[in-house]
Design a protein around this ligand. Structure first.
Ligand code: PLP
Length: 399
């Protein structure tokens, strides 16, 4: 089919919620994707931090094929083998004791908000319901998730929002302390604000928030939807900060590409949920959990993958820093952890994203001016070299 026909039919039949680049992606392998006209791209977007092992990783593909032949979906009325296996793996490798499965990041956040409220009302104090989140944060697109997200652009037009949320500047412990009231039940934070422009929590910030939570019997919810599953060089980003949350939301990389999310909690907090309190028809179904098991086992067994992530991170940062010194008027800062990296520009990032597409590279721009690099953890030096060389060429030609 002619490319123009794809564009026409897309706008004719699909709701107008995305600004799309003029590319139809058809096939992927590892770091590479190919468009319908056969053009090859190196993918530094990875489905927005989803394809953690690259496109069509053989272990994930085989796990999905095998599970699809055996059993695709059954209800949570019954026990589900791959679901138990994935929960066990997550519990054995995290702070958590219990897992609830859902289908996306926003749903994991919804589940976290519901559990925090229920636990706090019933086991701390009946007046506790309020959640403090950070300005510039992003937690997803359901009504509660846009309310939690500290950015007006996601909320505008959808009011009235959900009551019981307040926002404070990120990395400001004093503001957080002052925002706490008798009604505060939880604090919700991303260890690294992804959509907000790759902003990393200060080294002591999460520790200080954790201490505040302990002092005041408030729950700490971490949104690791983007930072989890090895993205930052540890399985979960909070491991860098020497703390653990009470509740954690994960999704994106969890299934190696299939739609799955999860909300994890300690036994104590998980006791807030009883049968009937929360549910999801598709949540933790056999197919997606089989993909999740294959993905997590690959990340864990192959200690190599997290090592690779850290090695490539150091290399990537080094090369981006060099670019910054060459173009000091254009590049403000390079930041991030592992393979969640951002390069803040003094100008809009979108024209550069488009120029990259022309040259066969998929990159993303967050918060208007921050080029975001979130490649699969299997990215290699030669891939990074090619991208940075292309960026160098593009930057050189800017007016
Ligand atoms: C992507 C993202 C979400 C939302 O996930 P969806 O699967 O799109 O609902 C929530 N929180 C963070 C930090 C994210 O990066």
């Amino acid at each position: 089919m002619e490319v123009k026909k794809f564009f026409d039919e897309s706008s004719r039949y699909i709701m107008n919620t995305y600004t799309r680049y003029p590319v139809v992606l058809r096939k992927g392998r590892g770091m590479k994707v190919w468009s319908s006209d056969g053009k090859e791209y190196l993918d530094f977007v990875g489905g927005v931090a989803v394809n953690i092992l690259g496109h069509c990783h053989p272990r994930v593909v085989v796990a999905i094929q095998k599970q699809a032949q055996r059993l695709i979906h059954v209800s949570n009325y019954y026990y589900i083998e791959p679901q138990i296996k994935l929960a066990k793996l997550l519990v054995e490798h995290s702070f958590a004791d219990k897992v609830f499965f859902c289908n996306s990041g926003a749903e994991a956040i919804e589940a976290a908000i519901k559990l925090a409220r229920k636990y706090a009302k019933e086991q701390v104090h009946p007046n506790r319901f309020e959640i403090i989140a950070a300005k510039n944060s992003f937690h997803g697109r359901t009504l509660a998730a846009i309310t939690a997200s500290g950015q007006e652009k996601f909320q505008k037009g959808f009011e009235p929002l959900v009551p019981g949320f307040t926002h404070v500047p990120f990395n400001d412990i004093q503001a957080m302390r002052e925002a706490i009231t008798e009604e505060t039940c939880a604090i919700l934070l991303e260890p690294i604000q992804g959509e907000g422009g790759v902003r990393v929590a200060d080294p002591n910030y999460l520790k200080e928030v954790r201490d505040l939570c302990n002092e005041q019997n408030i729950l700490l919810i971490l949104d690791e939807v983007q930072t989890g599953m090895g993205r930052t060089g540890k399985l979960f980003a909070h491991e860098h900060f020497g703390i653990t949350p009470d509740i954690m939301a994960i999704a994106k990389g969890l299934g190696g590409g299939v739609p799955i999310g999860a909300m994890l909690a300690t036994d104590k907090v998980a006791s807030g949920f009883q049968p009937g309190n929360h549910a999801s028809t598709f949540g933790g179904n056999p197919l997606v959990c089989a993909a999740g098991v294959a993905t997590l086992e690959t990340i864990l067994e192959d200690g190599f993958i997290l090592d690779q992530c850290n090695r490539m991170s150091a290399y990537f940062i080094g090369r981006l820093e060099l670019l910054r010194t060459k173009f000091p008027a254009l590049v403000k800062e390079v930041r991030g952890r592992g393979l969640l990296l951002g390069m803040e520009l003094t100008t809009e990032g979108d024209p550069i994203v488009r120029a990259c597409i022309e040259k066969g590279f998929l990159i993303n721009c967050a918060a208007g001016t921050v080029l975001r690099f979130i490649p699969p953890l299997i990215v290699q030096r030669k891939d990074i070299d090619q991208l940075v060389d292309a960026l160098h060429g593009i930057f050189s030609k800017l007016p």
